[in-house]
Design a protein around this ligand. Sequence first.
Ligand code: NAD
Length: 417
Amino acid sequence: MSEQLNPFKIAQAQLDEAAKLLGLDAGTHAALREPLRELHVSIPVKMDNGQVKVFKGFRVQYNDARGPCKGGIRFHPEETVDTVRALSAWMTWKCAVVDIPLGGGKGGVICNPKEMSHSELERLSRGYMRQVSRIVGIDKDCPAPDVYTTPQIMAWMLDEFETIYQRHEPGMITGKPIAVGGSLGRNDATARGGVYCVREAAKALGIDPSKATYAIQGFGNAGQYAATLMKEVLGSGNLLAASDSRGGVYSEKGINPHDLVKYKLETGKVEGFPGTKPISNEDLLELNVDVLFPSALENVITTKNADKIKAKISAELANGPTTPDADETLYKKGCFVIPDFLCNAGGVTVSYFEMVQNAYNHFWELDEVYKKLDLKMTKAFNDVHAMSKKHKVHMRKAAYLVAVQRVAEAMKLRGWV
Ligand code: NAD
């Protein structure tokens, strides 16, 4: 039988395993297997050439038993509703695993932002918000940036929402620029949370993080910050490789992450960075490094390459980079996976801090954000690690056990199941 690559089927299979281990009753299990609600929209956009193009978009609200739904919006040419469903499920588990009072949701639009002008992108962003404004809001469902969406896009969406409802409600969307109510520390929060997890994993495995070598697949928002924060937070100066959709670079002597970020900003790629050799995305994943950061898209570690992964720690900043079959192989090989919805939960955690600050209309200093984020991530890592030792299961299963238990408890208390 061929390996399952549909992200939603994967998310359901992961839940099924957790339900079995937890001995979840059939009703609760069935209720957790499907999104509670989803909205499919068509967005007509006047393009710069005067033609109207109709874009398809989605907003999926997976589960809100623990609080309003929360989750990013992706703009991607290969977006599918099943990807959005899977991501909304993972958001549910993510908010539960870091124990913030939010449920899970996700949005997406099928489009290629790289081929759109600034004003076309603005009209699409506003058009999407007009369509989903009926189901989002601070106490219903709070969107945020994700792949190919930016703080600027969040600002347009906020403005459209506030124009429709004729009031200020900055907490209805997060990842906003600071000038319109964003939080300090949001930009690097996903990567920072991941790096805090790497610090804890290194402690558990007896690895000295200051000497750790690392490689980054996907040198975008999450990946670039991970590269620099490994140095700033953990003192590790050994970035050996990095890649983006156009190709990768490798140097056995190490790459200065700040210089590579600067080069990527100037040229739009990592390829050709001075003093490095080219490396394919496939070869990068199989490098002999202490820490691998899969930070691009889904299904990059599968049964095809899992047995060739040599990293001691796989810190999943991307959502869904490893298939369930590959997970088992990695576990048997002794590769310590920090699963996506734990490893990349720093972003949603600071998004939650942003909602809190918006509700108070009072903003925290940066060191307060970092301190609170560290506390949340360290506690979440240790909860999951303790569960993994208790049940003798890998970290992803353990994270599911922690998260599903919390969501199921809220559903039971509400009398839904
Ligand atoms: P981004 O668009 O800033 O970066 C994605 C990067 O991946 C880009 O550099 C792109 O060139 C690269 N890429 C695309 N296809 C690739 C391929 N086949 N091989 C190698 N690189 C490839 O997006 P991001 O915000 O950094 O998100 C990356 C991942 O992290 C996604 O899975 C996203 O869901 C997840 N994530 C991001 C955040 C966040 O706050 N940014 C939070 C949680 C999870």
